[in-house]
Design a protein around this ligand. Sequence first.
Ligand code: HEC
Length: 283
Amino acid sequence: MKKSILAFTVSGVLLTASAQAAPDWSKVPKRDIQVFHAGITTIEWTMKKSDHSGRTGMVKGESCVGCHEEKGGLNFNMKRMASKELEPVAVPQTMNFPVSVQAAYDKDNAYLRLSFKPPVGSANKDDKENDVKATVLFANDKVAVSAGDKSVAGPLVGCWASCHNDARTMPGADEHKTKYTKDGAYELMQWKSAKGAKAVDGSVSDKRSMDGGTAGVRAEGDNKGGIYTVTFTRKLNGALGEGKTVPFGVAVHADHATGRFHHVSMGYTLGFGADGDIKVTKQ
Ligand code: HEC
């Protein structure tokens, strides 16, 4: 009898300790990345030479960021982005905004903190429950885009390998078809602003699954004067691990937006004791 009481006490203490293991964010550097309204510029669009001359560089191994990020900003032609050609339905009032990213890890978990001010005036307000959602996709090392006899590696294209012309909210697409990949998979995590909403621990492979992940995702968010801070905690497993450079992308659904009416980042990498656009701080 006595023995089991002791065991219970000890595990209780351990639980408390792990819940408090959040990183000291004041010691973790910030990197701003821009998210933007990408309209209908799907992977098919980016890989079609007559639509996007960047295709030539993509098959030679250049990344979206390599061509489109300049001095921390974006060099897109925003007039074109907001025109009927690339956005036939509705354009948000704000085409892009920065998301500040911080990343840390310890031997069990990875911690990702996003801070941003989601703009109002979205192009679509179909999500009645959530003002804001923040999503992160991590590509595994099999994500790739085939281009004739060539293949473009996942880290170069961010979330674009999951973004297709025939997916829901694209013009003329099936409303039930979600994001998917042809090669490899993404791990997906999402925070939703609705009170009591559960963090999503999902994936994108032949379809998008909003559960069934094994990363044990937890997410907390708060809104202080319009600035949102969202902190994700997940296991250092799957696509993530010590010594790995992990490709990721961020999307924010601002002002009740759904589906493709989000603001998305291009693809960046997290370095867990390895090279990366953002070096993940070990704590
Ligand atoms: C080798 C350089 C290069 C790469 C790599 C590249 N692009 Fe581009 N991209 C361009 C150029 C040049 C234009 C403008 C003219 C055009 O569309 O051909 C452009 C245009 C665009 C536009 C339309 C807005 C505009 O300024 O005309 C979008 C959106 C875009 N690219 C997204 C992407 C995404 C997403 C990726 C990665 C999946 C990517 N690009 C990769 C060079 C590149």
